[in-house]
Design a protein around this ligand. Sequence first.
Ligand code: NAD
Length: 355
Amino acid sequence: MRFEHETLAQRVCFAPGEASATVRAEVERLGGARVMVIAAASAADLAERVTVHVPVVLRHDEVVMHVPVESAERARAAAAAHEVDLVVSVGGGSTTGLAKAVALTSGLPIVAVPTTYAGSEATSVWGLTEGARKTTGVDARVLPRSIVYDATLTLSLPVAMSVASGLNALAHCVDSMWAPRTDPLDQALAGEGIRVLAAGLPAVVADPAGLAGREQALYGAYLSAVAFSSAGSGLHHKICHVLGGAYGLPHAQAHAVVLPYVLAFNAPAAPEAERRIAAAFGAASAIEGLQRLRAAVDAPKALRDHGFDEADIDDAVRTILAVVPADNPRPVTADSLRGLLRAAWEGADPMDPMP
Ligand code: NAD
């Protein structure tokens, strides 16, 4: 056994119902005296409650998915003008992403309070978009110093969004099994993430106002993000990155739709990953486990339902081919990628031969 694994340094607090006290403790521990709170306008009340005990000098609510550079620049300028010394983000991956954009150029510490299952809070990956081009990078400065997970803050996340977001987390786990830097630790975390999400998401659907499923989904999201941050982007993330950046597809829904097609494509060439994923689902095969879960939670089915145009398939194939990981378990050709995207566009059965 020979591998290198980098463990990221951050404090992770699971504190159901205690976000405000925990955020105060984390801000004090980090010495924050002039705090910028980033939260979308729709989360203003939530953010106000969560930060009631911290010295806030600035509330910033211009949150846009995929972090356009112009909005990043405005947030950075506002932080500098108010002499901010710490950022608290309260929201989903878009909100965390804006806080990361501020930290990328300023080095300011972040206390992240996630309200979806995207997992960005546990990675050192940042993303910015300029026009239709999304750029991502890895930088230790953007890793939040503390995460405060309070499942009560996710109770308001609508069921359909909870499902899509949870499947985004599941995609981190599945892709981590074969991503370029995968190692046994990533695979252990990813396997546990799959097990927890497969139990948690149906519980969220069955009882959206209950805490049990929400807590499991957050825990699974954290595990998935730690695995993904270390393993890097595999084929699935490369595809979804292009779909989100160039065609504006909603992030979580794109992940939720594409995942079974990538799994069906790669699994025959990745028997060890297939075995681990199947075992984590408690199913006879990986794809059977995933499809059982997707049926139970009424997962998003087709890219055409989420704004992807059939006429863009060939263009997307060209863009994705240029970034496919060289060591993907199965060689990827323009034809196979076109077949995969076409099947995902129409929502075909992933077990059928791809057109
Ligand atoms: P999002 O943050 O845009 O949230 C989706 C929707 O849910 C928004 O309308 C938001 O207002 C709403 N919402 C969020 N929390 C809510 C709550 N508790 N109650 C009610 N509504 C709520 O989307 P997302 O899927 O969380 O994140 C997607 C973004 O995160 C993308 O830009 C993606 O690239 C990025 N991301 C980055 C990483 C990384 O490692 N850097 C990982 C995952 C995702």
